[in-house]
Design a protein around this ligand. Sequence first.
Ligand SMILES: C[S@@+](CC[C@H](N)C(=O)[O-])C[C@H]1O[C@@H](n2cnc3c(N)ncnc32)[C@H](O)[C@@H]1O
Length: 478
Amino acid sequence: MKKQADSSRPQEVERKKKTFGRVYTPKKIVDLILDLADYRGEKIVGKHVVDNSCGDGAFLAEIVERYCRACPDNLKSNLETFVHGIEIDDEERRKCLARLDAIAARYGIPDVRWDVVCADATRFKRFDAKTDYVFGNPPYVRVHNLGASFDRVKTFKFARGGMTDLYLVFYEIGLHMLRPGGTLGYVTPSSFFNSLAGAPLRDCLVRDNLLEKLVDLGHYQVFNATTYATIVVLKKNRTQETTDVYEYDGTLKPVDVLRRDDFFLNGAFYFSSRANLQTLKEIFALGKVGTKFRVKNGFATLADSFFIGDSLDFEHTIPVVKASTGKRTRCLFPYVDGRLIPYEELSQSPELAAYYEKNVDRLKKRSLENPDAWHGFGRSQGINDVAKSKVAVNSLIRNADDLKLTPAPPGTGVYGGLYVLSDLSYEEIASLARRQEFGEYVALLKKYKSGGYYAFSSKDLKVYLEYAYAKREQTRSR
Ligand SMILES: C[S@@+](CC[C@H](N)C(=O)[O-])C[C@H]1O[C@@H](n2cnc3c(N)ncnc32)[C@H](O)[C@@H]1O
């Protein structure tokens, strides 16, 4: 049997995906980006266009197609002069060239000397300030997979915001390439809407009034991975002060036309209708000042199958609620008054000692907050509140109907989600949280998870409860 080529071996494909961020763009997304950037018709003739991470040419193929259709004469020299590409992997570049040759051949143009170079775009300067259009699907490479390029990548302004990803740096590279009035169209992860790492990019987009159009792809999976993506069209030196916002779930739907004050709230990006964003502003404003609720994360044992289970029949067990399901079970809780009981004391019980001895290796292998506390939970969260009355809450929902609120009376622990502490009763807390509006609020925060779910944090829930409570009090006092 013929040996499989190296580059097509699954491990090699996976390696290139990780180190080069190799994910191909489907044609309908390429078409959508070029259309949104209005890269079509006669106006593209004589305009420089670059894909700075062109891979096997998903964008360049459509660009060349459009150029060939639009250009009446001197097509060969036009293609050589105005269409450009950069790709770090020569094997990909060669695939791209073959693809472009085949398109040009259909238009009767042989032997085009394509300006598609094998280079690292983070070092490449030739196109700076000379390009009319920049397009692409930049590589997504997490900071810890950057290897030798880490130090250089960190010198970029858009990489100064924490756990960076290479795609953020490609925004900076692309913007450098644009000449005044130039247009950039990318599909990238949407994580920069609210990530710490995305802060320098967000600030630049707002400060320089660059954001012309934005398509939120929501839960729609372009790349068959768990990457939640957005299409962004930027334009340099715009006079218009608004952004056209769309959603896409296979078809494009206009959402609204927003000003920067509509979508840039507390330093993060939120995209929805202006009316929804007004409500969000009110939630943030009222939610910030309240003091009626504390919301925290439940136990993190880092070994649930050891500490939690119906069959646990030892001393030192307590009832526990799994916040994500509302299920009640038992939990080995080796604490008194929030303090870890010494192992010597616990092991006085022969059954408990035997249970620990059987699991000692895996318990010690956890990444423990305190390595000496190997017989306790991995983290201390939730331990001090066991004696208090609480309401357990799941932290992943599709809409308000998925919200689960479970009373966790004094003496009961909570794991697998959040819990609320308040002097309000369970019924009152439930009536504030179980609202359609809460589901809409969580959807607006856009923390996408697979299966159509959205995540929310303890802070997100606290802000909403404080807002809902303050609104209720306002209505009552009228
Ligand atoms: C997400 S893929 C997109 C490929 C193609 N543009 C598409 O849309 O199908 C990113 C590409 O960037 C290339 N790449 C990664 N790091 C690069 C760098 N520093 N300079 C240039 N290209 C790079 C990868 O090899 C990969 O082909």
